[in-house]
Design a protein around this ligand. Structure first.
Ligand code: NAD
Length: 441
């Protein structure tokens, strides 16, 4: 539901593709094609969600390994500006890197799947080895679980989802992937960035002693453009086209963006926090139903406190970073470390962290030693969800409320419409500008 007629939309995709391929043929004519270092060992990739990051992830994956071919795409709407941008990323990468588009991208009308159930057809394809999931955040748990059940390796963009049941679903999918020998790498790319890995390694050697606290920030510019409903859009399309503005779609920006910095905190400290107390609010934003800012104290136990801060307001100070203080020094996430000298290996980072994460993923698949980052990304996302619930309600929220305490009202907290509502055509957009009031929510 909410999708256009498959036949019509497939035709329009073919038109898009034909244009794309014609322009690429023109661009790449006469350029030498490069042999595949991986021999005939192809990794056939299906992309679910060909928007801005989906196209970027597909290009990163093509760059990571010469044996990668994109063979299928599933998108709720294979038309419009987002889809065009996704395709442009892939096309531009091929042109810039002298790669013949038709040899690296073998998507046809038969392997283009539309609508909110289209991903199921893509996953049913036997000759898809690896799936890239780059849909809005609320769809990730359902898409990941289905991909693992279908026997596919997965790259899944962060954040892992929007609510506690979704995070437990991601952790379970991760366990199933282990049993099936499947890889899951998440789009928390700092874990594949050399400077971060070097610092993590140094911390594990005791370079700054025991971590006693820290600060993590995603204070970015404004996201104050209100959502826009175009003529003819139903609620499902309106929410998907404006998913960055609605908390049930994105988890709010504390989840969607700040999960990157919270992931570093969990990684460097070595565990998730035991409780969160925070606040937030809305000052400038119009439309949608997200907050403008959050400020959350995260208690990691043993007197370790991390302060988390995130904001989307134009004209304010911006910082996206992490800092941790230890008993014998301090460290900035992927930056300066002041402490004891320890030996740290050179970690690989070729093409930047967005490419390196795909290199690590594919190498692990080829080596039969699949990486599995499901728990990491689920836990980082859950820290963000814990902070959001505390800010929305004004209450202290314990990790156990979201993971083990089935009597907690937050254990089963499910944001609606859910991914399944989109599949079943049961989407009703929430009231605009209606936000949770602490003390009353
Ligand atoms: N790692 C990073 O640094 C980073 C950066 C940007 C975005 N992201 C993440 O990437 C994901 C996608 O973000 P984006 O900016 O590309 O969004 P986008 O809106 O540009 O693209 C999303 C695409 O998914 C499609 N889609 C929506 N629901 C779908 C469904 N149920 N099934 C199939 N297709 C569906 C849309 O039509 C669209 O083409 C998000 O999770 C976001 O948080 C990560």
């Amino acid at each position: 539901m909410g999708s256009s007629s498959p036949d019509l939309s497939r035709r329009s995709f073919m038109k898009t593709s034909a244009t794309t391929m014609a322009s690429l043929a023109a661009i790449t004519a006469g350029l030498p094609s490069r042999g595949y270092a991986g021999g005939t060992d192809k990794i056939r990739v299906g992309l679910i969600g060909c928007g801005n990051r989906g196209g970027g992830a597909a290009a990163n994956c093509l760059e990571a390994d010469d044996g990668v071919e994109i063979v299928a795409i599933a998108d709720a709407y294979a038309r419009g500006e987002r889809f065009e941008r996704g395709m442009r990323h892939i096309r531009d990468w091929c042109a810039k890197n002298e790669q013949p588009f038709n040899e690296r991208v073998k998507v046809t009308s038969d392997t283009t799947f539309l609508g909110f159930n289209g991903y199921k057809d893509l996953l049913a394809m036997k000759d898809v080895d690896l799936v890239l999931i780059a849909t809005p955040v609320c769809f990730h748990p359902v898409h990941l679980e289905a991909a693992i059940q279908a026997g596919k390796h997965v790259f899944m963009e962060k954040a892992a989802g929007v609510d506690p049941p979704g995070m437990r679903q991601v952790i379970e999918a991760g366990e199933l992937a282990k049993q099936k020998g499947l890889a899951i790498v998440a789009g928390t790319q700092r874990r594949h960035q050399a400077k971060y890995r070097q610092n993590a390694h140094a911390l594990a050697q005791g370079a700054i002693g025991r971590i006693t606290g820290g600060r993590v920030w995603w204070c970015g510019g404004g996201s104050s453009t209100p959502p826009r409903r175009q003529p003819g859009q139903d609620d499902a399309e309106y929410l998907v086209r404006n998913w960055y503005r609605f908390s049930m779609m994105s988890g709010d920006h504390i989840v969607e963006q700040h999960c990157h910095n919270l992931d570093v905190a969990n990684w460097f400290i070595g565990r998730p926090p035991v409780q969160a107390l925070g606040f937030g609010g809305r000052a400038r934003r119009q439309g949608g139903n997200q907050y403008d800012f959050f400020s959350v104290d995260l208690d990691y136990g043993d007197d370790v406190i991390v302060h988390s801060m995130c904001r989307q307001v134009k004209g304010c100070f911006t910082r996206v970073s992490e800092q941790f203080i230890g008993t014998e020094g301090s460290v900035w996430g992927g930056g300066k470390l002041a402490g004891k000298k320890v030996t740290v290996p050179n970690f690989e980072e070729k093409g930047g962290p967005y490419v390196q994460e795909h290199r690590d993923l594919i190498r692990s698949i080829r080596a039969g030693e699949p990486l599995n980052e499901a728990r990491n990304v689920a836990e980082s996302t859950l820290v963000a969800i814990m902070g959001r619930i505390s800010a929305y309600t004004g209450q202290i929220v314990r990790w156990s409320d979201l993971t083990t305490n089935i009597n907690s009202p937050w254990y089963t907290l499910t944001l609606r419409p859910t991914a399944r509502d989109f599949e079943n055509g049961a989407v009703v957009a929430p009231p605009e500008n209606s936000i949770p009031l602490p003390g009353k929510a």
